[in-house]
Design a protein around this ligand. Structure first.
Ligand code: S3P
Length: 169
């Protein structure tokens, strides 16, 4: 099945709540590839949660760690890699991903994202009075950059099976 991607990893990008982790797990199972979540790998490397990394060391330190972790992962055997929403915004990471992997942007409408992130507290950027305003602003800034992904899948309000099938196609 890795023939489909000529041995390259598949990297899922998109905003918080787009379903990168959930779709990534399903996609990996269907392709017979390992699934890795970059956020989890960063937490493992840092020895604390992402919220703690932000609070103790700041966002730019988090971004440095994120860049290193993704570079290391892409040097290894092919996998399905879910990245944090900001990862693809880094120009070095983006260049690396575009060169070495198949990038897939899971594009979702704002209400769907909002519903999925509601009540979750582990995302420091959404730890604010109005997650809607934050996500709305991030959409404006990030969508033109996510659009540089090799494959774009419109998720709408579709379930994980449906979206996974779209990515496979
Ligand atoms: C971030 C998204 C998060 C995590 C961090 C920052 C972002 O990952 O990396 O909180 O900048 O969009 P998810 O997209 O998996 O929530």
């Amino acid at each position: 099945s890795t023939g489909m991607t000529s041995g390259r990893s598949i990297v899922l990008v998109g905003l918080m709540g787009a379903g990168k982790t959930t779709v990534g797990r399903h996609l990996a199972a269907r392709l017979g590839l390992p699934f890795v979540d970059a956020d989890v790998e960063i937490e493992r490397a840092a020895g604390c949660s992402i919220a703690d990394v932000f609070q103790l060391y700041g966002e730019s330190a988090f971004r440095d760690g994120e860049r290193r972790v993704i570079r290391r992962l892409l040097e290894g055997p092919p996998m399905v890699l879910a990245t944090g929403g900001g990862a693809f915004m880094d120009s070095q990471t983006r260049a690396l991903v575009r060169r070495q992997a198949v990038s897939v942007w899971l594009r979702c409408p704002l209400p769907v994202l909002l519903r999925r992130v509601a009540g979750r507290t582990h995302r420091p950027l959404l730890n604010t009075a109005s997650p809607r305003d934050v996500l709305d602003r991030l959409m404006t800034i990030r969508h033109p950059v996510y659009a540089e992904a090799e494959i774009i899948v419109d998720c709408g309000d579709n379930n994980v099976e449906h979206t996974t099938t779209r990515v496979m196609e």
